[in-house]
Ligand binder design. Structure first.
Ligand code: NAD
Length: 278
């Protein structure tokens, strides 16, 4: 299917890699112009160039998600690109831990090694959790999502329409699906989504979340280094017995951005291979 987003304009944070990148490419295929923000400016620019090479319209900007000024700059650039309109926002910028850097598995290896140490000392990982590191994850994942939503909302309120799509996680509801700070941040993103749906709904703006399961991106590369037993447990928890693809999340985002989801707001879709079946 193509042209479901013909003539529309989308802002995508975290658009340089993984799920955000897949959303950018799929939105463009469906006819939307896309403004991409990412802390990795080169990655955002590369995705924008990829969209343009395929005949679409895009721009890529360096955006630190946790700052309002950067989100405002992204929205201003999107308005320029789109001739004053913005129809959709996807907030895909995110980190799994404070030192996460998309594509750099070494930082994840250190976190994994630290976590394994605690297998012999149950409970002490909670006591030793560094609150400043938790704060950084919340700053990017939750505050960053809210900054982007607040930056884009005035445009949508003026237009009396718009679709905001947050990227939560199964970790919003399941405490085992990520580190402490990550699960806290994603639970809060889900509540933010519901709250904003109630606040913006009367003005015609829809707000929905996607809560992916285990998706094949840089964020999950570390699981390839899990001990065999843990990797088997992870796969056993997924009825479809495979990781999801970033493209499968982008399909949900296209649905939520487009007219086919016109009566959805305050919902969370879980493309998770059946993880939530208990
Ligand atoms: N991969 C999964 O299994 C999975 C599951 C559920 C939810 N998610 C969520 O999906 C979103 C995208 O993650 P992904 O799996 O595509 O990983 P990814 O690493 O491929 O993409 C994350 C993107 O966010 C960017 N980013 C990180 N910190 C940023 C910051 N401070 N400011 C701006 N951009 C920043 C990264 O540079 C990267 O481009 C995240 O919110 C993640 O929590 C992922």
């Amino acid at each position: 299917m193509t042209n479901r987003l013909d003539g529309r304009v989308a802002v995508i944070t975290g658009g340089g890699n993984g799920i955000g990148r897949a959303c950018a490419l799929k939105f463009a295929t469906e006819g939307a112009a896309v403004a991409l923000g990412d802390i990795q400016a080169d990655a955002a620019e590369a995705v924008a160039a990829e969209v343009e090479a395929r005949g679409g319209r895009a721009l890529g900007l360096r955006v630190e998600a946790s700052t309002r000024a950067d989100n405002d700059a992204l929205v201003a650039a999107a308005l320029d690109l789109g001739g004053g309109r913005i129809d959709a926002l996807v907030t895909a910028a995110g980190i799994s831990h404070a030192n996460y850097w998309s594509g750099d598995v070494d930082a994840d290896v250190k976190v994994l090694a630290g976590a394994l140490d605690y297998l012999e000392r149950p409970g002490w990982d909670f006591v030793d959790t560094d609150i400043d590191q938790v704060r950084r994850v919340i700053d990017v994942n939750l505050i960053g999502t809210m900054h982007a939503m607040q930056a884009v909302s005035p445009v949508m309120l003026d237009a009396g329409r718009g679709s905001i799509i947050t990227i939560a996680s199964v970790a919003a509801k399941h405490p085992d699906a990520g580190p402490l700070g990550y699960t806290l941040s994603k639970a809060a993103v889900w509540m933010l989504t519901k709250k904003a749906a109630r606040m913006l709904g009367p003005a015609g703006v829809r707000v929905n979340a996607i809560g992916p399961g285990f998706i094949d991106t840089s964020m999950t590369k570390i699981t390839e280094l899990f001990p065999d037993e843990q990797r088997a447990q992870l796969m056993d928890s997924i009825p479809l017995r495979r990781k999801g693809e970033a493209d499968e999340i982008a399909d949900c985002a296209v649905f939520l951005a487009g007219d086919e989801s016109s009566y959805f707001t305050g919902a969370i879709l879980h493309p998770d291979g059946g993880f939530f079946t208990d």
